[in-house]
Design a protein around this ligand. Structure first.
Ligand code: SF4
Length: 413
């Protein structure tokens, strides 16, 4: 999607290298093959790009195949629905918000920050500029990790592209938005941060530029933290190993020294809290180590006590679904029983109503009528750090504890 080669101080990895300057050298030459999730995200971006350039909605591409790195992704309801949230937001900004004048609009906007430091470039999903406000809108297809817009260095990096390009014009405000429809976040699926253009440029010279310099110093320091999640060197990094050991051993050893080991562990609130804090990094580290084990076994290396096996085989249709249904029908199966029909979501139903060519009042009447058919279920309770967004729920609110709270641990069968 990007015409540029990969930048080692790029936008998407900026949280990592700004916190751990040594990670640029540590992970050079590592990584390589992309994950199925990353490729699926690229496919969704390509769908969004096609819709914005050619016009039309994502559902019009249902069944269309998109190939990324040899993997084929079929545009299904889930992908089309998620991409449509992004398209709707972009079109809302273009049509209804403060775009008073005919705005500049660029899909896959090439960002070049070589004016700040050499080697800084990337591609922003979408940039809009109306002579006063610059909008930078980033689509995220992932559902595993909800990304916050406030203070997001990737968004700021992208926004610096148009902010610099229009520095001599009247651009004054920068609105940076993440659209991430499939991940749960207390601020919703569309999250925004706003800065003045001058504040953004000051951040670039005071923080971003010096952070790049730090990565290029001989012996640049490594510092482990939450940002290691995306580092290709995580499994082999001494600082990460040390932190995982410290988090596991030191925090777990907080148990009261007076404790009689023949009784249950006295998990006082302080101990419980510190063990939970340790969990995130330890799980991340162990996952990276397991991936490294997969890689080495696949390359033929011996790992004492471990082997690779195939999971349970699954059957799937090879031909066109309709041909299968016709075959079954020919043998007497009722055609309709060959298909699982599923009603569209309330959000999609509202969107379909909006797209109808009806007078405004009738659309409102239809949407009001639709309300009779849906209800909002409360979200599943989750345990998160105190500083994360979201209002704490009371002790009697949602008393059932979900059993799949720590599904990440399932990786270790
Ligand atoms: S694993 Fe963490 S500490 Fe190690 S190089 Fe990567 S980001 Fe830095």
């Amino acid at each position: 999607m990007s015409g540029h080669p990969h930048s080692d101080v790029g936008a998407s990895s900026s949280q990592r290298w700004m916190n751990c300057p040594g990670s640029v050298l540590a992970q050079s030459g590592r990584g390589g093959s992309s994950s199925v999730y990353a490729d699926e995200g690229t496919a969704a971006h390509e769908l969004a790009e096609s819709c914005l350039i050619c016009g039309g909605d994502a559902r019009e591409w249902l069944g269309h195949q998109i190939e990324v790195n040899g993997r084929v992704f079929v545009v299904n309801e889930e992908m089309a629905g998620a991409v449509q949230v992004y398209l709707d937001h972009v079109r809302r900004v273009l049509e209804h918000e403060q775009c008073a004048t005919r705005p500049f609009f660029s899909v896959e906007y090439k960002v070049d920050l070589s004016w700040l430091r050499e080697g800084m470039y990337g591609t922003a999903d979408l940039v809009i500029y109306d002579g006063y406000t610059i909008w930078v809108i980033d689509y995220k297809h992932g559902k595993g990790h909800a990304v916050t817009a406030k203070g997001n260095t990737q968004l700021r990096y992208y926004a610096l592209g148009p902010a610099w390009a229009y520095r001599c014009e009247s651009a004054a405000k920068v609105v940076m938005t993440i659209v991430q429809p499939r991940a749960e976040h207390p601020e919703g699926r569309i999250r925004t941060d706003t800065m003045t253009k001058d504040a953004l440029l000051a951040w670039a010279t005071q923080e971003l530029g010096p952070a790049v310099d730090a990565t290029r110093k001989p012996g640049a320091a490594r510092k482990a933290g939450a940002w290691c999640r995306w580092c290709a060197a995580l499994a082999v990094c001494p600082e990460a190993m040390e932190k995982a050991q410290e988090d596991a051993a030191v925090e777990f050893s907080r148990v009261d020294p007076e404790w009689d080991p023949k009784t249950f562990v006295p998990l006082d609130p302080g101990t419980l809290s510190t063990i939970l804090k340790a969990k995130d990094f330890v799980v991340q580290y162990l996952n990276a180590v397991k991936v490294e084990a997969h890689r080495r076994l696949a390359a033929g290396e011996e790992l004492p006590g471990w082997k690779r096996i195939r999971g349970m085989a699954r059957r799937r249709w090879k031909g066109e679904p309709d041909e299968v249904a016709q075959f079954l029908e020919a043998w007497g199966v009722i055609y309709d029983r060959c298909w699982n029909r599923k009603i569209i979501s309330p959000a999609e139903a509202e969107r379909q109503l909006s797209a109808l060519k009806l007078p405004k009042e009738e659309k409102k009447e239809a949407k009001d009528g639709l309300k009779e058919f849906w209800e909002k279920l409360p979200g599943k309770p989750r345990v998160v750090r105190e500083d994360q967004p979201g209002e704490a729920i009371g002790p009697n609110d949602a008393p059932d504890v979900p059993e799949d709270e720590f599904t990440a641990l399932d990786f270790f069968e």
